[in-house]
Write a new protein. Structure first.
Length: 271
């Protein structure tokens, strides 16, 4: 299998028509950027913590896996390159965020990145990740004729800036049905609903970010789904954001069942 590790991402080429993208797990921040950040920002609290560990079953399923290494505070791999809002009229963070999910400034006063720095980060960090993602999708599509892109995310279960109350445990996003065949979405939702320990919703507050919306192309048999999981399902949501094995062990079989369902869909038929 092909393994690639560079400054921007880690990549594992799999043997099945399933690609798992993890754009928000990175924790690397260059020293010159870290020095300009606020003390709170340096905790990187909005990271999608521990997802590679949570998705440990992915390799045994033959999935390809793409993992970002840079923190989303440096460049958000799940935002459009032009920084257009994914949710017009709602509070969002940008390509090179200026604030945390708690609406606190990321940078010390006057230390925010200017337009030239944003452009440089986009070219050096954002673009290579997306080039690898596109390349792997095309490889899998050429080999199998049908492929599922699974964009894996997690978030604190309570973030008043973005939603009221507590978030459902499993939040599936398919861009309101535009990024994948509705059959796949419904199959995944049924699998999730069979485990009554976890709540689930399709295209609720989180409908899928740039990756889901940009790469999902059902007409070409490239089907993209985002899963935004509440972090209380597997980890401590406060500093130091520790993985909780005794909690995670309960949800990991469900994740495996969901990935198996996505893989079965990809292998079901050839159009």
């Amino acid at each position: 299998m092909t393994e690639a590790t560079n400054a921007v991402f880690e990549f594992h080429a799999g043997t099945s028509p399933l690609l798992i993208s993890m754009p928000h797990v990175g924790t690397y921040v260059p020293d010159d950027v870290l020095a300009r950040m606020s003390p709170e920002a340096r905790q990187l609290q909005d990271t999608d913590w521990h997802l590679p560990r949570l998705y440990a079953c992915a390799r045994e399923l033959g999935a390809s896996i793409l993992i970002a290494k840079y923190s989303r505070y440096v460049v958000d791999q799940n935002r459009p390159p032009d920084n257009a809002s994914l949710y017009p009229g709602q509070s969002v963070t940008g390509l090179c965020p200026l604030d945390t999910f708690g609406d606190e400034p990321l940078y010390q006063p006057g230390a925010e990145p200017n337009d030239a720095e944003v452009a440089a980060r986009r070219e050096a960090i954002w673009r290579p990740y997306h080039q690898q993602l596109q390349q792997e999708l095309e490889r899998l599509h050429a080999q199998f004729g049908r492929v599922v892109l699974w964009d894996a995310h997690s978030i604190r279960s309570i973030v008043p800036r973005f939603f009221e109350g507590k978030l459902p445990d499993l939040n599936f996003g398919t861009a309101d049905g535009a990024s994948c065949d509705p059959e796949l979405a419904q199959r995944l939702l049924r699998v999730a609903q069979q485990d009554e320990r976890y709540s689930s919703v399709l295209n609720g507050r989180f409908k899928g970010g740039y990756i889901t919306r940009n790469y999902g192309n059902p007409a070409r048999n490239i089907h993209a789904v985002q899963l935004e999981m509440a972090q209380c399902c597997y980890m401590e949501e406060k500093w130091p954001f520790e993985y909780q094995e005794e909690v995670a062990v309960n949800v990991q079989p469900l994740i495996k069942s969901l990935l198996n369902e996505a893989l079965a869909f990809a292998q079901d038929k050839r159009d």
